[in-house]
Write a protein that binds this ligand. Structure first.
Ligand SMILES: Nc1nc2c(c(=O)[nH]1)N[C@H]1C(S)=C(S)[C@@H](COP(=O)(O)O)O[C@H]1N2
Ligand SMILES: [Mo]
Length: 516
């Protein structure tokens, strides 16, 4: 059979060239698109994430943390390269029937372009994958042209082919890098029709968010300055406003949502559906509030707890227009994420478009995210697109995977600074958080929990759901000793001593550390 004969021609060197073309396609796509949904791997990674069985995702989060996401991304890259290589192979085999070299090169490029276009929905960006793949095919033609399963060239020629291929790959990488700039400016002209382009900066690599307008920026700066003033001065401890805010989400590549195309709908058990766009939200009277977030998946003394000043509007100013009738609500997002919780919690919710005086960074949910006071981080849905009112309870993304992360949060006092100076003075410090219950006091023991002393506490920041800082200084007793920290929340309830790990309802216990 003729078809079988063709397939038999896919020998080792052929496969190597096809594989290189696949790598070139993925690399080229990355060069033009960067870490955006127009990178061919992004949709593949997101399919992997959403189709992965819950138990694997849970395992990944529990034991691998961020590495789980990197593994996922690695798998997606491998899979995309494989698919692209197969399409190159198919392209060469189809093109060969035309017995013309030009056409041989055309089909692999066409197939890869169609593939990239299908994945990213962008004909222009798909060129970033197709052109480098075509270049590798052209450079490796000798090997692909082989008859009867043998390469047309000798071994040296083969090596030369591989070297040419690599050089070509690099050259085209460089070319697509230049291409990226022109493509990026192209894209921003297109974007500015509907909106100011915020993705613009991301294509050129630096994702600095834009400041809010002058008035809002000034108000925010003033509040942040006051908060910094209020922060306890402990060496190697962040203040009350986090400098680097943690980031947790299900995406290997975050969604790019255009503010001009963004809409938020209130649906489900409502009298009438309501939809607002970004302009409307920005026209409403802005408020600023501090709000601390903590991820249910972090360890007891982990670092996935941070505080920022958020700018936006009360969520009910939008939701009330729909006249909601249900007891529960499901928030849905552009990345396919969804979380459910009681309607009561929504009443104090906030729609944030600003963070520390700037528009939300893409990683934190641009253009608009939800903030739901007192609840675990996972409920604070980023890239928010839909508020669905429900009559009955339903499970959120993480609850389907075994977590109980709706909240309210557990009380915690962290120990993130232990400084010993040359005079044997010890300085301890950290942040304490109990959601909307607030923090009443933090106590420190330096004898393993036998006796307790009240720590210094920062004045509360304006806001219903904000952490406080604590500090404690004492003279080193001259022998190793065990420091233990515990908080009491605003209702007078002591942080539970019983230890449990993060899965499924958040870590509990008292943080302790041995000091020598
Ligand atoms: N759309 C969307 N929103 C999301 C998530 C997500 O994966 N997708 N992750 C949640 C989780 S688990 C946490 S802890 C917080 C973290 O917010 P941050 O990344 O701004 O710190 O976002 C929540 N909102
Ligand atoms: Mo989280």
């Amino acid at each position: 059979m003729k078809g079988l004969g063709l397939i038999r021609r896919v020998n080792g060197p052929f496969a190597a060239v096809a594989m290189m073309a696949g790598i070139a396609a993925v690399a080229g796509s990355y060069l033009v698109a960067g870490s955006t949904p127009r990178f061919v791997v992004a949709p593949v990674a997101s399919v992997l994430t959403t189709s992965m069985p819950g138990i694997i995702v849970t395992f990944g989060i529990l034991f691998l943390g961020d590495i789980g996401q990197k593994l996922n991304l690695g798998m997606a890259i491998g899979l995309t390269i494989l698919l692209a290589s197969l399409l190159v192979t198919a392209g060469v085999l189809v093109g060969r029937r035309f017995r013309s070299r030009a056409i041989t090169g055309l089909f692999p490029a066409l197939f890869v372009w169609l593939f990239a276009n299908f994945l990213t929905g962008s004909p222009l960006y798909a060129l970033g994958a197709a052109i480098p793949a075509a270049a590798v095919v052209a450079a490796g033609r000798q090997w692909l042209d082989a008859e009867d399963g043998h390469p047309a060239a000798d071994v040296d020629g083969g090596r030369r082919t591989i070297v040419t291929g690599l050089v070509g790959l690099l050259g085209l990488g460089g070319l697509s890098y230049f291409l990226r700039d022109s493509v990026a400016s192209d894209a921003s002209t297109v974007d500015s029709e509907g909106s100011e382009s915020s993705s613009d900066s991301e294509f050129s690599g630096h994702g600095d968010p834009h400041p809010l307008n002058d008035d809002l920026k000034a108000e925010a700066d003033e509040m942040i300055a006051a908060a910094n003033e209020q922060s306890l001065d402990v060496r190697r401890l962040e203040g009350l406003v986090s400098e680097k805010f943690y980031e947790v989400d299900i995406n290997s590549v975050n969604p790019t949502v255009e503010e001009g195309a963004w809409q938020l709908s209130v649906t489900g058990a409502v009298e009438q559906e309501v939809t607002v766009d970004y302009q409307e939200i920005r026209m409403m009277e802005a408020q600023h509030q501090f709000n601390t977030l903590r991820c249910v998946g972090e360890s007891l003394n982990g670092r996935k707890m941070d505080n920022a000043l958020w700018t936006g509007v009360p969520i009910m100013d939008v939701v009330d227009r729909a006249n909601p009738q249900g007891e529960y609500v499901m928030l849905r997002a552009d990345d396919g994420y969804f979380e459910e919780f009681p309607m009561d919690a929504l009443k104090t919710g906030f729609l944030a478009y600003g963070m520390n005086g700037f528009e939300l960074p893409r990683a934190h949910g641009f253009p608009v995210r939800a903030l739901i006071p007192g609840h675990w981080g996972e409920i604070n849905v980023k890239w928010l697109t839909e508020i669905e009112i429900l009559d009955e309870e339903a499970k959120g993304y993480w609850e389907k995977r075994g977590w109980h992360g709706t909240g309210p949060v557990n009380t915690v006092a962290k120990l993130h600074a232990t400084n010993i100076d040359s005079n044997n003075g010890v300085e301890l410090g950290g942040h304490a958080y109990a959601g909307t219950r607030g923090i009443q006091k933090v106590e420190v023991s330096i004898d393993g929990g036998e006796s307790w002393t009240e720590a210094e506490l920062s004045d509360p920041l304006p806001g219903e759901d904000v952490w406080r800082m604590w500090a404690h200084r004492y003279d080193h007793p001259g022998k190793p000793h065990e420091v233990v920290v515990r908080a009491t929340d605003g209702t007078g309830t002591l942080q539970p001593k019983d230890e449990s790990r993060a899965f499924p309802s958040g870590a509990t216990g008292w943080v302790s550390e041995r000091i020598r």
